[in-house]
Design a binder for this molecule. Sequence first.
Ligand code: AMP
Ligand code: FES
Ligand code: ZN
Length: 302
Amino acid sequence: MKCRRCQATAVVALPSHNSAFCAPCFLDFFSRQVARGIETQRLMSKDDRVLVALSGGKDSLALMLELSRQGYDVTGLHIDLAIPGSSRAARTVVERFCQTHGFRLLVKDMAAEGLPIPRVKEVLKRPICSACGKIKRHFFNRIAREQGFTVLATGHNLDDEVARLTSNTLRWDRAYLSDQGPALEDGGGFARKVKPLWRLTEFETANYAFLMGIENHYAPCPYSAGASFSTLKGLWMDLEEAMPGRKMDFYQGFLERGRPAFRAVEEVKGESLRPCARCGCPTSAGVCGVCRIREALAEKQA
Ligand code: AMP
Ligand code: FES
Ligand code: ZN
């Protein structure tokens, strides 16, 4: 198999792009896809101060490295969830990665915040993943706003986005279908959020991470046995194999034609946001979800 660009021996085959690339041409392809994803959806500019949420997984580390290579002003943010058997390894990987590349890194420690995830899991009756997600988003937003970052970037890739879109479609959730996409505008106390890897699959990001020598964190979260959207991702893997290119067509078609249709009919929610009485973060209730989790923990302690 030969590289489509330079005819050298190919190391990565991409049937959905009807292509195969050698290592340097693949890295160039990856960079162009990230740049195109940022430009076509107007995600951000070189003037932005970008806070990149780093979990320790390959996607967010690849994102950080590539944005820096493209000349963006990036700072990492890691949320240490204090989960035994997983969080320490993730944090070490992120710290080592940032040190190796000379990246600025902020770490927010949930144990020091009084919100270690195992304790939250013990006290709450709801599934921990949704509470954990809420806590992470709360700190992403709060730190971005407090420290003057203009954009918060996450490592979500095309597979994540398509699985989420499929889930929203299966439920015909009009509110989510009118809102999903690679950018969430700021406003109402929320920082602007972007997903610059939306044009790249998990496979492509994994290859980039491998070729760039990124060490990443493999230990999955012990609480999320069925990793997010794993069934839908499996179905899409089969579909993409049978119909190469369909995944990207489906998502791009949604952005161009599906989402505007849902936006046209979805009523603007009268839900007004105001600052949380405890922490000042935007909420539609008097006290935000994270402060309510704090209260539940304090009650159990008393
Ligand atoms: P996940 O929902 O675990 O697939 O993560 C999606 C994205 O959220 C990752 O690519 C990261 O950008 C971000 N993220 C997840 N967990 C953390 C964490 N503990 N600290 C910082 N960012 C995170
Ligand atoms: Fe939050 Fe697993 S990472 S519950
Ligand atoms: Zn609050």
